[in-house]
Design a protein around this ligand. Structure first.
Ligand SMILES: [Zn+2]
Length: 154
C-alpha cells in the first residue's frame, strides 16, 4: 500500500466554483469507490473482467466469458428508488433534473441495446454496496448470468 498523499491545505470554500463541464467530468469519472469495490470483489473471486470496450453506454465492467456487464450506478445521478435517488439537487435544480432525466433515459436505452446484442446486464446500485451481504447477492447474479450461457438458451 502506498502512503496517502497529503491533501493540499486549501479549504473547500477557497476553491473557485466548479464549472458545469468540470462537474460533469467528475460525475462521469471512472474508478469511483463503488466501482473499485465491485472490481476487487471480482478479483477475489477470480472472475475475469475488463473495464473498456465498445458497448452501448460504456459499461463499467465487462465480463466477456459470461457475456455480461456490470453497471455500477450512482443512486443520485441515475435516480434510484432509494433515499439518495429521491433527493433533489441543491442548486441549479432545473439543469440537474434535466441531466438526471437524460441519464435515466439513456440507461434504459443502453440496457435495451445491450440485451438485443445478447448481453446480460447487471445493474449494481451504489446503496446496495452498503448493505451487508452484497457480495453474496452479486455472486448469485453473476452465477445466473453464467448459467444462462452454459445452457446456451440465448
Ligand atoms: Zn440507491
Amino acid at each position: 500500500m502506498k502512503p496517502k498523499r497529503a491533501k493540499p491545505k486549501v479549504g473547500i470554500a477557497k476553491c473557485p466554483p466548479l464549472t458545469r463541464s468540470e462537474i460533469m467530468r467528475a460525475v462521469k469519472s471512472k474508478n469511483t469507490k463503488p466501482e473499485l469495490l465491485v472490481r476487487s470483489f471480482l478479483r477475489k473471486r477470480k472472475i475475469k473482467y475488463r473495464t473498456y470496450g465498445n458497448l452501448p453506454g460504456r459499461p463499467d465492467i465487462i465480463m466477456l466469458q459470461y457475456k455480461a456487464v456490470i453497471r455500477v450506478m450512482g443512486c443520485f445521478w441515475h435516480r434510484h428508488s432509494c433515499k439518495s435517488g429521491d433527493r433533489l439537487p441543491k442548486t441549479n435544480v432545473e439543469y440537474w433534473s434535466v441531466k438526471i432525466e437524460r441519464n435515466v433515459a439513456r440507461d434504459r436505452e443502453n440496457k435495451i441495446d445491450l440485451k438485443k446484442r445478447g448481453w446480460r446486464v447487471i445493474d449494481v446500485w451504489e446503496c446496495s454496496l452498503k448493505k451487508a451481504g452484497w457480495e453474496a447477492r452479486l455472486g448469485t447474479r453473476i452465477k445466473v448470468a453464467a448459467r444462462r450461457l452454459c445452457k446456451g438458451n440465448e
